[in-house]
Design a binder for this molecule. Structure first.
Ligand SMILES: Nc1nc2c(c(=O)[nH]1)N[C@H]1C(S)=C(S)[C@@H](COP(=O)(O)O)O[C@H]1N2
Ligand SMILES: [Mo]
Length: 331
């Protein structure tokens, strides 16, 4: 993320992009309605929604069955990103800093056996084998946007369950105020863990109420299958209202702590990446704007940039967590 390519960089919006997204969407829906002729369209869009809910499995990895989530914010009408795009354009610095590196290199990651250790300020610390962790709660499919701080985004049908289900089970103590995530740092299988680009292991953290929010997903799969290595197998978090780097991949430790933990990107450049890192179109990154984004799969000369939404579009669900906080200071 310190390394910026022109492709990911900010470009000034052209006039048509300034048109509010809502107006644009409404206009497009109207045109589609007219083109398809009356009530037929209602049926077509219903069919489209069904297709999204049951997107065909890529058939590359083991299936991971899930029920459709009923959590508010877990569904979207937006087009799901193609599996091939979601698995070939990744940030996973342990396997290289280029977007194509993780897909190329992450085959060396050994995801079984895999243990996640829960420790720190909890009544019931313990080690969970990945097979047991998967079964701890019912798997749900949630279609979330994930937006990278670099200015690109994807829409992915994730599979997992609310992290809160695990947290409730291990019973944090009263003085546990934050949750820290530590991920695998194995120089034998991860070629860039020897590099100095980040302080390894990759670390992330959430305030307890953020970790407990039902949208925070402990994630084991996507597109109805287990996670591909490059997307964070065998377990990661997805925090959809925060910039992508808050969603730590290949987690080996979940620790409950009293003080705000250090995080990998904050340590690398604290003036650029804060602890909160909520998606916020009104607070620019020091080197580029966060007002718009490019949806992966919509590339091309005439592809429009999208307006970035407050809290990545999850404001109704998570806005309350930050009531009274200065989000310019707490970036
Ligand atoms: N362990 C680890 N987790 C990580 C990263 C990383 O480099 N290492 N990159 C983060 C960043 S910057 C983003 S945008 C997302 C990308 O997730 P995706 O490849 O599934 O889209 O993973 C996050 N989690
Ligand atoms: Mo990112």
């Amino acid at each position: 993320m310190l390394i910026r390519t022109g492709r990911d960089g900010y470009e000034h919006p052209i006039a048509s992009e300034i048109t509010s997204r809502a107006v644009y969407e409404e206009r497009r829906r109207m045109l589609q309605w007219l083109a398809m002729g009356g009530a037929g369209v209602a049926l077509a869009s219903w069919a489209g929604r069904q297709a999204l809910a049951q997107a065909p499995r890529p058939g590359k990895l083991a299936p991971l069955n899930a029920v459709k989530s009923t959590v508010a914010g877990a569904a979207t009408m937006e087009k799901v990103t193609e599996y091939k795009d979601a698995t070939s354009y990744n940030n996973y610095y342990e396997f290289g800093t280029d977007k194509a590196d993780p897909a190329q290199n992450a085959h060396t990651l050994k995801t079984s056996p895999w243990t996640v250790e829960v420790d720190g300020l909890v009544k019931k610390p313990g080690k969970y084998g990945i097979e047991d962790l998967v079964k701890l709660s019912a798997q749900e499919e949630r279609i979330y946007r994930l937006r990278c701080v670099e200015g690109w985004s994807m829409v992915i049908p994730w599979v997992g369950y609310s992290l809160a289900n695990l947290i409730n089970k291990v019973e944090p103590l009263g003085n546990a105020k934050y949750v820290e995530f530590l991920t695998l740092a194995d120089p034998k299988t991860m070629p860039f863990v020897g590099s100095r680009v980040l302080d390894w292991p990759y670390a992330e953290g959430l305030r307890m109420d953020e970790a407990m929010h039902p949208l925070t997903l402990l994630t084991f799969g996507m597109y109805g299958e287990v996670l591909p290595n490059q997307n964070g197998a065998p377990v990661r978090v997805v925090v959809p209202w925060k910039y992508g780097f808050k969603s730590a991949k290949s987690i080996v430790k979940i620790r409950f702590v009293e003080k705000q933990p250090g995080t990998a990107w904050n340590k690398a450049a604290s003036n650029e990446y804060g602890f909160y890192s909520n998606v916020n179109p009104n607070v620019d990154h020091p080197r580029w704007s966060q007002a718009t984004e490019r949806r992966i799969g919509e590339d091309g000369l005439f592809a429009k940039k999208r307006k970035t939404l407050m809290f990545n579009g999850y404001e109704a669900q998570v806005g309350q967590l930050y009531a009274g906080m200065d989000l310019k200071k707490n970036y």
